[in-house]
Ligand binder design. Structure first.
Ligand SMILES: Nc1nc2c(c(=O)[nH]1)N[C@H]1C(S)=C(S)[C@@H](COP(=O)(O)O)O[C@H]1N2
Ligand SMILES: [Mo]
Length: 223
């Protein structure tokens, strides 16, 4: 019997098309929502902030361990951006505040061969992004959403926002930044999703797909 995969089901879904006027904002095959769906693997982690750290390691001259207080003391930037999940929801004008990733990188001495980044998050979540993709104006180590500290379900205390890629590349509960010489696949990238993940190119899938219903997000929690 042929197995119906998440990839197949998402491919076959009927998708209401957004007006042409919105096509520069809303990638093909996406549905707008005002809600903020909550999607992740595993439990929402709990932290003792006295113990919490963000580790930077790999192709850097010196490893770094950054505390939450140090992050709060860094220059804060506000970013207004649209977010796009591969399960077909998009949300416009989301407002984040935190440290621009390229400002954060100034703390580091990245070796010339460091070209790719693995983002390590709880619980055992990983996602990979080329270093160059993290240098843009909208890539933020976010501490706040909508003027308030992130909620635990949306990634408190720290989340990376990479809005120009599908939202699985925006890890909640980020704990580590690993600079790498060569690319390596993260969790979803190893499980059937595209390595690059540009929503405007509809780079959703690679090979293997995952059995999760296509209307997953509508049935999940949201706020
Ligand atoms: N640590 C962690 N980050 C994660 C995930 C996860 O499972 N664990 N899921 C990703 C996926 S698939 C999506 S769509 C978004 C959902 O973020 P939200 O719950 O704030 O909407 O988080 C991303 N970041
Ligand atoms: Mo997702």
């Amino acid at each position: 019997m042929e197995k119906s995969t998440k990839a197949d089901r998402i491919r076959k879904m009927k998708v209401p098309s957004v007006g042409a006027s919105m096509s520069d904002r809303v990638p093909p095959g996406q549905v707008l929502t005002d809600r903020f769906p909550i999607l992740h693997e595993g439990e929402v982690p709990e932290y003792d902030m006295a113990e919490w750290t963000l580790r930077v390691f790999g192709e850097v001259e010196e490893d770094k361990v950054v505390t939450y207080e140090q992050l709060l003391a860094m220059p804060q930037t506000q970013v207004l951006c649209d977010i796009h999940c591969v399960t077909r929801w998009s949300k416009l004008d989301t407002a984040w505040e935190g440290i621009l990733f390229r400002d954060f990188l100034r703390l580091l001495d990245i070796k010339p061969q460091g070209k790719f980044v693995m983002l390590h998050a709880d619980n055992d979540y990983e996602t990979n992004v080329p270093l160059e993709d993290l240098m843009g104006d909208h890539v933020l180590l976010a501490l706040k959403y909508d003027g308030k500290p992130l909620t635990p379900k949306h990634g408190w205390p720290l989340r990376l926002i990479v809005p120009h890629l599908y939202f699985w590349k925006s890890p909640k509960w980020i704990r580590g930044v690993e600079i790498m010489t060569a690319d390596r696949e993260g969790f979803w990238e190893q499980n059937g999703f595209h390595n690059v993940a540009d929503p405007f190119q509809e780079q959703r899938f690679s090979g293997e797909a995952i059995p999760i219903p296509e209307d997953e997000w509508e049935k999940k929690e949201f706020d």
